[in-house]
Design a binder for this molecule. Structure first.
Ligand code: GLN
Ligand code: ZN
Length: 766
């Protein structure tokens, strides 16, 4: 009799093949549908997901991974962590309160007590998924306040699946949250109040008949303080006792456990899950540390990417583990929840067969997990293994992926390619002679309002109902209009407005080789916002100039300098699915080389000021601080490679739209952009401290206009922000600009705001 190897998934995409969840929630928010319709849509999605996983052969199917907005917010509601401003009455948290925490209460919808700000949102570890940050205060108490997990458990049971409730572990839950009052409280102190409630939760799940319960503790892959690590032993001793007959799985993912490995391994639980896709080299240590009484769930199918699993690699890993565990103590699983991959390849009819043969989305990954388990158990999977081997072989050799010219060029990059010809001060002088800009020069970040008209013309063009000539003519008109407006407002350095761009990464990806796009490859970014990242499958090169035509056209309309506008190499990398057959730094360098050519073509086309946006540099930082240096080295190098091929007179700008710079300011300075624009208006210039402490050497445009809000800032407000900046930084280094691009705003807001902004700059000049 051949052995059976168990399979599980840690979570499954909830958005639906056709983005059903988005449609249902947004219709509900707009008041177009009643709550019953929303609840029914949720039930349908859950049923489909459970049955699909079960039918694919997954043994342990997760429940409570579904969410109407975010699984961390679900956990907060389950534990009764609702900020006071949402006036929760203490019963089960109503769905509308749940959405209010995520989205805020607008003035017009507040029945009693005024508007309330949504809770903060932040990135879930190093993914592009954003969660709602639990808010703690010294007065925080916990109390079970939602029946969602129990309801979904019963729902799945009724469908005949063997449901495995998924919870965020208590230590990770506290780790994810933030103390909002000024008490200075250590949030981990809350464990004493949290733990009894958490235990009650487990008792109830056990009483409901949960055979298995999955508790996610990804905080274990982070740098934790010793007293935080120490919590695990105490917490899990109690959890174990509370869970009664239920068996416990503790899941970690996204990184290496390092010093926390022994902590994980001694927890009194039945199964530990470890991600060996992200850190394959940790496998031996994991296997070595696994105690005799534990089952190892090995995450060998990449839950963060879209590539078909290399079965040979995965089987090697599994067999290494199996030598120690035997068949009954080894489970096969994706590395993490599959919410970070698109749903299915079924609706990708437009992708050619070869490309498609290299991919696996969530649905296809289920089949992979099952085949791997069957292979391990000695069942006949010959056909599947052979087809997988063929796909892997074709990825290794396909000329669509491997370009000798690109590889050769990458190999030939010299240290000098990363340096401007002269140091900043000399460049600044030459640039000033060239452009003769006034003090406090004004500019904007690139995009102007993407009106309905712009979006509908693009949609028509893409659908083939508007010809390329007509579309281009339309973009020219929009650009010309933007140029006229900027001249009328008396802006110093103009932009063309980016009307031709759908998205700052997609626009470039569409024109670079090595990139491909899906029709339905959506992934949840937060709430009902999903993104459809391009994927980089091959060596990257630039068959033709990408932006020169539009920048030159715009420049031809004005005597003022027109700023060229590019998305930087790190941001393009960061916002795409990236090939897994070479280091990310190599792919980034290839993108940088393509952009370097674009920068030079802009320069020789008469565009002497070029902005290379890098809003994603910070979010690419590795989870562990010890890994930051290496990352910052190659990402700064990539920026420099893209930007340094120009004459001294050419002024390179960069832009970043966030404000936490303190810990990476040195790297930001090393990018050596002549000018950097950053977000500062929301923080009232607080973040400039980073630049002062360090004496940032080059020019800076601290944003004075919060473009995230429809509010039009007054001249006086902006003057006062600028005075603040001028007190902290050499005034001759200051530029005047908004926080970010204006594409989400209306002309009616942008117009007065920029008129005020120019007036503010002029006042400073006096
Ligand atoms: N140039 C881009 C724009 O103005 C920058 C966007 C961004 O920083 N996210 O829209
Ligand atoms: Zn920005």
């Amino acid at each position: 009799m051949s052995a059976v190897i168990r399979t599980q998934t840690l979570g499954y995409p909830r958005i639906g093949q056709q983005r059903e969840l988005k449609k249902a929630t947004e219709a509900y928010w707009k008041g177009e549908t009643k709550v019953d319709a929303l609840l029914a849509a949720g039930r349908d999605l859950r049923r489909q997901n459970w049955l699909q996983q079960r039918d694919a052969g997954i043994d342990l199917v997760p429940v409570n991974d579904f969410s109407f907005y975010d699984q961390v917010l679900d956990m907060s509601c389950l534990l009764g962590v609702v900020p006071a401003r949402f006036h929760w009455d203490g019963g089960d948290v109503p769905l509308d309160t749940y959405f209010q925490i995520a989205r805020g209460i607008a003035e017009k919808d507040a029945d009693c007590c005024g508007a309330s700000l949504a809770s903060e949102m932040t990135k879930w570890f190093d993914t592009n998924y954003h969660y709602i940050v639990p808010e703690f205060t010294a007065a925080t108490t916990f109390k079970l306040s939602s029946t969602k997990v129990f309801d979904e458990f019963a729902e799945a049971k009724a469908l005949g699946v063997n449901p495995k409730p998924v919870l965020i572990g208590p230590v990770t839950y506290l780790w994810l949250g933030k103390v909002m009052d000024n008490s200075g409280m250590d949030r981990f102190k809350l464990i004493d109040q949290l733990l009894p409630v958490y235990c009650e939760l487990l008792q109830k799940l056990a009483a409901a008949g949960a055979e298995w319960i999955q508790i996610d503790e990804p905080a274990l892959v982070m740098d934790l303080a010793p007293e935080q690590v120490a919590l695990y032993d105490k917490v899990y001793a109690q959890i174990r006792a509370a869970a009664g007959k239920s068996k416990l799985i503790v899941a970690t993912y996204f990184g290496d456990l390092r010093g926390n490995l022994s902590t994980l391994m001694r927890l009194p639980v039945d199964v530990v899950h470890v991600d060996v896709v992200r850190v394959p080299q940790s496998l031996d240590a994991v296997v070595e540390a696994l105690p005799q009484d534990k089952i190892l769930s090995l995450g060998v199918v990449d839950g963060r990417n879209i590539w078909r699993t290399d079965f040979e690699r995965a089987l090697n890993q599994l067999r290494t583990a199996q030598k120690k565990t035997g068949a009954d103590r080894l489970w096969v699983a994706p590395s993490c929840s599959l919410i970070h991959t698109p749903v299915t390849l079924r609706n990708e009819g437009k992708l050619d067969a070869e490309l498609k043969g290299w991919l696996a989305f969530a649905e296809e990954k289920l089949a992979e997990v099952v085949i791997l388990a069957k292979t391990l158990a000695g069942q006949d999977t010959q056909a599947a293994l052979a087809s997988n081997a063929t796909a892997q072989a074709s990825r290794r050799t396909s000329p669509r992926i491997h370009s000798p010219a690109v590889k050769e060029r990458c190999g030939g990059v010299k240290p000098d390619d990363l340096n401007r010809r002269s140091p900043f001060n000399q460049r600044a002088d030459k640039q000033q002679q060239t452009y003769k800009l006034p003090a406090f020069p004004t500019t904007t970040i690139g995009s102007f309002p993407q009106t309905k008209d712009v979006r509908s013309k693009r949609a028509q063009f893409k659908a083939g109902t508007l010809s390329a000539t007509d579309y281009d003519a339309f973009i020219e008109t929009a650009t010309a209009d933007a140029v006229k407006r900027q001249e009328a407002w008396d802006i110093d350095v103009l932009v063309h407005g980016e009307f031709e761009r759908n998205d700052m990464v997609e626009y470039f990806g569409e024109q670079l080789s090595g990139f491909a796009f899906t029709a339905n490859g959506w992934v949840q970014s937060y709430g009902s916002r999903y993104v459809k990242p391009p994927f980089i499958f091959g060596d990257v090169s630039r068959p033709a100039p990408m932006t020169v035509r539009w920048s030159r056209y715009a420049q031809s309309l004005t005597r003022r300098p027109m700023k060229g506008m590019l998305t930087g190499p790190v941001t393009i990398l960061q916002w795409s699915f990236v090939r897994d057959d070479q280091p990310r730094s190599t792919t980034c360098m290839q993108i940088a080389l393509a952009l370097r050519d674009e920068v030079r073509d802009l320069e020789s086309g008469g565009i002497g000021i070029i902005q290379i946006d890098e809003p994603a540099i910070r979010e690419g930082l590795p989870l562990r601080r010890g890994d930051w240096v290496a990352y910052l080295r190659w990402s700064v190098d990539a920026f420099r490679l893209s930007s340094c091929g120009v004459r001294d007179e050419t002024q390179i700008h960069t832009h970043m739209c966030y404000s936490e710079f303190n810990d990476i300011i040195v790297a930001i300075a090393e990018m050596d952009a002549d000018v950097i624009s950053i977000e500062t208006s929301r923080s009232k210039m607080d973040l400039l401290d980073a630049f002062v402490g360090f004496k940032y050497p080059n020019q800076i445009g601290p944003g004075v206009y919060d473009i995230h809000s429809p509010r039009v800032p007054t001249k006086d407000e902006m003057v006062s922000l600028l005075h603040k900046a001028a007190a902290l930084l050499p005034p001759r280094n200051l530029w005047v600009n908004p926080d970010c691009g204006l594409k989400t705003r209306q002309w009616a807001e942008v117009e007065p705001a920029l008129v005020n902004m120019v007036a503010a700059a002029k006042e400073l000049r006096h």
